[in-house]
Design a binder for this molecule. Sequence first.
Ligand SMILES: NC(=O)c1ccc[n+]([C@@H]2O[C@H](COP(=O)([O-])OP(=O)(O)OC[C@H]3O[C@@H](n4cnc5c(N)ncnc54)[C@H](OP(=O)(O)O)[C@@H]3O)[C@@H](O)[C@H]2O)c1
Length: 163
Amino acid sequence: MIISSLVAMNGNKLIGVNNDLPWKLKDDLEHFKNYSMHKPIIMGRNTYDSIGRPLPKRTNIIVSKTLSEVPGCYVCNSLDQAVLLGKEHTNDEVILIGGAKIFKEGMKLINKLVISWVDADHLIGDVYFPDFDMDNWIEVSNDIYQKSDSNEFSFKISEYIKK
Ligand SMILES: NC(=O)c1ccc[n+]([C@@H]2O[C@H](COP(=O)([O-])OP(=O)(O)OC[C@H]3O[C@@H](n4cnc5c(N)ncnc54)[C@H](OP(=O)(O)O)[C@@H]3O)[C@@H](O)[C@H]2O)c1
């Protein structure tokens, strides 16, 4: 079973600002959609608030100690419980989609990382991906996207498998 984190960050590991994404990257949103389609996705309460609705054709699992019921989603009060539930919904892959709290606690659980490296190191924000040791990961693929009318910055999507 694959347990992955799917994230977009800049070179300083910035992932969020004002409970939103720091950039507008249409092709990365498309990648997010295609990668996560039909899979269980696990998110923290802030990330759910930021998205604002259950994402269609995916098992949406929110981790929260304050929410009880959210229509169209499962709510779990711990990440371990959320991952167990996710595993019951697939034989393939459970995806952690953020934010920082989920990524940090999830680091010990995941065996795959899918990172969109955004060429925007000058940006300032308020939420960062946790520090991790790149030496523990092998890059198995990458795909480069140029800055364009639909992508505010160029970016590279890299997939890593844990050594
Ligand atoms: N660039 C990207 O790929 C990406 C991806 C996702 C999110 N983001 C950005 O990241 C920001 C949101 O991230 P965030 O770190 O502020 O929040 P978050 O991780 O989405 O949500 C935090 C909340 O989730 C719940 N939670 C998290 N871990 C928990 C645990 N182990 N047990 C129980 N509850 C837990 C808690 O909710 P309760 O307080 O309700 O208990 C906590 O307050 C936004 O700016 C968003 O746009 C970026």
